[in-house]
Ligand binder design. Structure first.
Ligand code: AP5
Length: 217
């Protein structure tokens, strides 16, 4: 099974992917995490991506598509993948359509986690991320058992540079102008499933699992 988790920045894509990947035995592939990993390793790609990420803009399509293509071609995605943060533009969506055909696979669903901008601002202002395994936490909504330490791997928790209020506003604007048009694209393709994204993480996971089970028929 191959799924896209679609939604605005901070809508809970990473949180839900983390919940679903073990339950469904799928590989979680997040383009934002891939860029941050490149940045940590100071690769040319990471340094290029940072110049866009710091302003809330999208990294150019050609670079992003090439990186994603290489990642999903690795053997650990053979049972299927959950894409998080990709596609974000029409050319990326078209590239993904071509990519799954080339891999003799198909896309099963695009789960649109719908959350209001007000809620997103609350979520991103308190978000903490693990430097080791990238698991997201929240100062109030999902605090770690020990302050500053990841419950999953013991790594250090930090606040992302692009979670500053002015960058969050720019990221939301990028979502509404460049990414939201994909809602119609996937609706027309019969792949879009809207998930109400506000409420407890467990409630949203339950809604998502119900949607996925309905696909399996
Ligand atoms: P990326 O890392 O993908 O960021 P994003 O899409 O902006 O999404 P986030 O990771 O911020 O949020 P999320 O939806 O995963 O929410 P989370 O689960 O963490 O991209 C960063 C940048 O990289 C982009 O701006 C761009 O520059 C570049 N980039 C990436 N992909 C690209 C592409 N395809 N093309 C071009 N450029 C690309 O949750 C957020 C917080 O809320 C957490 O603290 C969490 O604990 C909390 N939370 C989650 N669910 C709930 C809930 N139900 N109730 C309360 N709190 C909750």
């Amino acid at each position: 099974m191959n799924i896209v988790l679609f939604g605005a920045p901070g809508s809970g894509k990473g949180t839900q992917a983390d919940q679903l990947k073990s339950e469904l035995n799928l590989q979680h592939v997040a383009t934002g995490d891939l860029f941050r990993e490149n940045l940590k390793n100071e690769t040319e790609l990471g340094l290029l991506a940072k110049t866009y990420m710091d302003t809330g803009a999208l990294v150019p399509d050609d670079v992003t598509v090439a990186m994603l293509k290489e990642r999903v071609s690795r053997p650990d995605t053979s049972n299927g993948f959950i894409l998080d943060g990709f596609p974000r533009t029409l050319p990326q969506a078209e590239a993904l359509t071509a990519m799954v055909v080339e891999m003799e696979q198909k896309l099963d669903a695009v789960l649109y986690i719908k959350v209001s901008d007000e809620e997103i601002i609350k979520r991103l202002s308190g978000r903490l991320i693990c430097r080791g395994c990238q698991t997201p936490f929240h100062l109030h909504f999902k605090p770690p058992a020990k302050e500053g330490v990841c419950d999953s791997c013991g790594g250090e928790l930090y606040q992302r540079d692009d979670d500053k209020p002015e960058t969050v506003r720019a990221r939301l604007n990028t979502f509404h102008t460049q990414t939201a048009p994909l809602i119609d694209y996937y609706n027309d393709a019969g792949l879009l499933i809207e998930i109400e994204g506000e409420g407890d993480v467990s409630e949203i996971k339950a809604r998502t699992m119900t949607a996925i089970k309905s696909l399996k028929g």
